[in-house]
Design a protein around this ligand. Structure first.
Ligand code: PGA
Length: 248
C-alpha cells in the first residue's frame, strides 16, 4: 500500500505575511474539506528561513513540512550551507534533493545528489529525490538513459536504505512551463522507475510526478498506476489550488 503524497515546493517564494495566510488556509482547508483519507499525506517544502514558521503553524496538523535542499556534510566549515540535522531540529520531515533547478543552477551532479540523499536519510529526513530529462534529451529519445542514470546514482548510494526515500519524476520541460506530461507519458516513466525499484528491492517507494501539476490535471495524473502523488511548484502557492490537488 503506497498511498498518496502531495508536496508543495515553494521554491524561492514567500514572506512571513503571505506564508501565514497560505499555511493557515491549508490547515483549515484540509479539515473543512475533509481531505483526510488513509494513506493520504500533504507536505510543504519551504525556504530555510521559514522552517520555524512552518513548524509553528503546522505543528499538530496533519500537514508535514521540510526543506528544498541540504548540505551533503554533517557540520563544519561550509559557509552558507544548511545540514539535515538543522532541518530536522525544526521538525522538518522531508527534503527535496536533486531538483533540476539545483542541478542546473548549482551544478549539482548525480554524485552530489546521491550524497545529499544519503545525508538526508542519515539525519532522519525523508529525501524526495528528483530525476527527469530535458526537452532536448526527450526529443533525442534519451529519457531512459538519463532518468536511469540519475536513478542508479541515488539507488547505489542509498543501498539497503532506498526503501526509506521518495522519488519524484520531474521532466525539466514540464517545470513551470504550463506544459504537463500527459498521464500516459508520466506513467511510462513511472513504470520504468518502478521496474528499477523492484530490481533494487524497493518496490514500494513512492514515485511522485512534478511539472505543471494543477487542480485541472491532478486527478488524471494521480489515477495512473505508478503515480503516487505530486511535487507541486507554482500551484502550491495558491491554497485553493493546492488543496484541490491534494484532494484529487
Ligand atoms: P511547477 O514546478 O509545478 O511550477 O511546474 C514543479 C517543481 O519544480 O517541483
Amino acid at each position: 500500500m503506497r498511498g498518496k503524497l502531495v508536496v508543495g515546493n515553494w521554491k524561492m517564494n514567500g514572506g512571513l505575511a503571505a506564508n501565514a495566510a497560505l499555511l493557515a488556509a491549508l490547515v483549515t482547508g484540509w479539515r473543512v474539506g475533509n481531505l483526510a483519507r488513509p494513506g493520504r499525506q500533504m507536505a510543504v517544502c519551504v525556504p530555510f528561513p521559514y522552517l520555524a514558521q512552518a513548524r509553528d503553524v503546522l505543528a499538530g496538523s496533519p500537514i508535514a513540512w521540510g526543506a528544498q535542499d541540504l548540505s551533503m556534510h554533517g557540520a563544519g566549515a561550509h559557509t552558507g550551507d544548511v545540514s539535515g540535522s538543522m532541518v530536522a531540529d525544526f521538525g522538518g520531515r522531508f527534503v527535496i534533493v536533486g531538483h533540476s533547478e539545483r542541478r542546473a543552477q548549482h551544478a549539482e551532479t548525480d554524485a552530489v545528489v546521491a550524497e545529499k540523499a544519503k545525508a538526508a536519510l542519515l539525519t532522519g529526513l525523508t529525501a524526495i529525490a528528483c530525476v527527469g530529462e530535458t526537452l532536448a534529451e526527450r526529443e533525442a529519445g534519451e529519457w531512459q538513459r538519463v532518468v536511469g542514470r540519475q536513478f542508479d546514482a541515488i539507488a547505489d548510494a542509498l543501498g539497503a536504505d532506498l526503501p526509506l526515500a521518495v522519488l519524484a519524476y520531474e521532466p525539466v520541460w514540464a517545470i513551470g512551463t504550463g506544459r504537463t506530461a500527459t498521464p500516459g507519458q508520466a506513467q511510462e516513466v513511472h513504470e520504468f522507475l518502478r521496474q528499477r525499484l523492484v530490481k533494487a528491492g524497493a518496490p514500494d517507494v513512492m514515485v511522485l510526478y512534478g511539472g505543471s501539476v494543477k487542480a485541472a490535471n491532478a486527478a488524471a495524473l494521480f489515477a495512473q498506476a505508478d503515480v503516487d502523488g505530486g511535487l507541486v511548484g507554482g500551484a502550491s502557492l495558491d491554497a485553493t489550488e493546492f488543496l484541490a490537488i491534494a484532494g484529487a
